[in-house]
Design a protein around this ligand. Structure first.
Ligand SMILES: Cc1cc2nc3c(=O)[nH]c(=O)nc-3n(C[C@H](O)[C@H](O)[C@H](O)COP(=O)(O)OP(=O)(O)OC[C@H]3O[C@@H](n4cnc5c(N)ncnc54)[C@H](O)[C@@H]3O)c2cc1C
Length: 322
């Protein structure tokens, strides 16, 4: 086995960042002649395994065990450790989610192999795979090479790869027997936090109008809502707007909010902090309006307008409504 992609379940469905990690694996597998296996962990992994069986993977390993029915860092770390020790992958890929942030350092420590987290891209240079991480609040890219030729663990930042680029194929399924005693699982998790039911699904939205602290006060939000409704888009925001209590947390985009990849993301009065950008940089087209010409959001925007949103947004809505 060359590349192992460890899959994550989100409410019984495959986590979007697991699909992105598979794209990362596929992006280097073919040209380097590497095989890709995926690992589904849990008690009832049929749904996860079947959701990847139509992808271009060599096989799907299924690790079922009643002690893995709910997430625990001990149980999941032990499971991944046993698979790595038996199957000897040289690269292990996951999405950089809250769950993998919790247990992948434990896997790394248990097998004494390096873990390079939060990677945004990878490429082959000579004999080495080079992984890029962003540093200094996303301003610079730092290239990292593993010093271990046997096995390296990698987690990918949200939107490092586009799930739309998944190659389809046909993967066989194989059971992997995990040896796990209850004494090895020292913690138990409570039920996952239920996100507020809001009727909005930002992750599948096609058009998003997103508002940041530049809106200045709650009363001004109406102009952004009007624009969203004029283009039939969803309303989203940066964190300060949620922290101020102006919008529910389900509207927040970013590292502690939702990850989105609409066709169009309109960022209004949003500076472009890395914690926001990781949640929306997968958008196909980004329009930013900001009164600061040096705002970092302009670095990733396809179209940028330097100006006051309080003046521009009502005029834009008026023009759209005809
Ligand atoms: C652990 C952690 C997790 C985080 N998670 C998230 C997250 O999930 N999502 C998130 O968004 N942030 C998150 N943050 C916060 C993040 O670091 C930034 O503070 C936040 O994204 C900034 O939001 P903003 O761009 O709306 O506000 P600011 O950074 O204050 O930017 C406001 C922008 O509006 C512009 N502006 C002001 N007035 C106007 C006007 N009238 N017209 C036009 N432009 C105007 C300004 O020039 C400025 O660029 C997190 C931080 C931490 C530490």
């Amino acid at each position: 086995m060359d590349i192992l992609v460890v899959l994550e379940s989100k409410n019984g469905s495959l986590h979007r960042m697991s699909r992105e990690a598979i794209v990362g694996a596929q992006s280097i597998a073919a040209e380097n002649g590497l095989s890709i296996s995926a690992l589904a962990i849990g008690i009832d992994t049929d749904q996860i395994a079947s959701s990847v069986s139509g992808m271009n993977l060599d096989e799907v390993l299924v690790a079922n065990h009643n002690l893995l029915s709910t997430y625990s860092a001990d149980g999941f770390a032990e499971c991944v450790k046993q698979v790595i020790e038996k199957e000897n992958p040289s690269l292990v890929f996951v999405g950089h989610t809250y769950q993998t942030r919790d247990y992948f350092p434990k896997v790394s420590a248990r097998i004494d192999k390096p873990f390079i987290p939060d990677v945004v891209s990878l490429m082959k240079e000579g004999d080495f795979f080079v992984f890029t991480k962003t540093v200094y609040n996303g301003k610079l890219g730092s290239k990292v090479v593993s010093n271990d030729s046997e096995c390296t663990l990698i987690s990918f930042q949200a939107a490092a790869f586009s799930e739309e680029n998944i190659e389809s194929g046909s993967a066989s399924t194989r059971s992997f027997d995990i040896e796990l005693e209850s004494s090895q699982v020292r913690t138990s998790s409570e039920a996952p936090i239920q996100e507020e039911v809001s009727g909005i699904d930002l992750s599948s939205a096609d058009l998003i109008v997103s508002v940041g602290r530049g809106i200045e006060k709650e009363n001004n939000l109406q102009i952004v809502k009007d624009l969203a409704s004029a283009i039939n888009g969803e309303l989203a925001s940066s964190r300060p707007v949620v922290d101020a209590g102006w919008l529910p947390s389900s509207h927040q985009v970013g590292s502690s909010g939702q990850s989105v990849s609409p066709n169009l993301y309109i960022a209004l009065g949003i500076s472009g902090a890395i914690q926001h950008v990781v949640g929306m940089k997968g958008s196909k087209n980004i329009i930013a309006i900001n009164k600061d010409a040096d705002a970092p959001i302009f670095e990733i925007a396809d179209y940028g307008v330097v100006g006051n949103i309080l003046e521009i947004v009502p005029k834009l809505t008026e023009a759209i409504n005809g």
